[in-house]
Design a protein around this ligand. Sequence first.
Ligand code: PLP
Length: 361
Amino acid sequence: MKRAYNFNAGPAALPEAVLAKAQEEFLNINGSGMSVMEISHRSKDFESIINKAKSLLIELMDIPEDYDVLFLQGGASLQFSMIPMNLLPEGKTASYVLTGSWSEKALKEAEKVGTCEVAASAKETNYSTIPALDELNVAENAAYLHITSNNTIFGTQWKDYPETVEVPVIADMSSDILSKKIDVSKFGLIYAGAQKNLGPSGVTVVIIRKDLIQKNAGLPTMLSFQTHADNDSLYNTPPTMSIYLLSLVLQWVKDLGGLEEIERLNEQKAALLYNTIDESNGFYKGHARPDSRSYMNVTFTLKNEDLTKQFLAEAKEAGFVGLNGHRSVGGCRASIYNAVPLVHCEELASFMKKFQAAHTR
Ligand code: PLP
């Protein structure tokens, strides 16, 4: 069976080896005679799966000891609310950097909870840029500074992160977690829905500095970080299947050589597509300014809308999946997360060149 050239933005491609392993173990996890979906979340078998996922993530991302790793539900979208509910007390301000639709949504939810300010916005450039670090206006009494490390829809990505002395930096890393080495100690909290680089949808990873986990008696139990930290992410029934697949994806990253190797591959994949755009004499136009380009989501248009439509139709015909830009911005987008093989990017680059040759007189 030939696997699709899958450039979906999320849920997205998973490593073939992970799916094969899951298939092999599907009816019988750990010799239990049951599938992972049928075992108790309080069983030894599941305990070893969730512990493995946690310890692999800690190892791969080099997460310091003063951080906790939580596996939650509700997607990254629930974190838009949980973060201010837990970390934005009265009398403090949350600072948000707007770099696209997801940061706008994060801000909108936080505003329902407390006082917020915009520390910088790239809206004027139609979100084709990342604001310069020295242009961030962090509120004086800031509880935290929120950024979106990779902007899935517009295709931009932070290269360096803000370093604030006292104010914790919180990053929505939904679309670039585990794609490169980062220094976790620069962040107070990192969160990510799993369905791009970590596994299937259903589980949300939160990496939180322990001193930020505080009692807040007024909060609904399920919305308090403390509940999940106190119960090792097993306060209620977790998404067992998603956590199992997450553990397999993490093992795959480790077997591949860890984040250094993943980063090297991701740079290679992104370069293939961006070089094709840059060498096309304007036939393809990248949305992001070159210094702000994402290595995960490559966004571009063609000379005009008709040609863009034709490109998407012919690409689909040729077996490329998921190249339509997000419904809010149009154009084309190739999402090239960790699990997208280099050879699929080579095929896409070659298709783009052939399409250009066929449509240039
Ligand atoms: N943040 C970013 C950067 C995203 O790309 C997405 C989804 O694509 C979300 C948040 C929302 O994630 P979820 O669907 O897990 O709530």
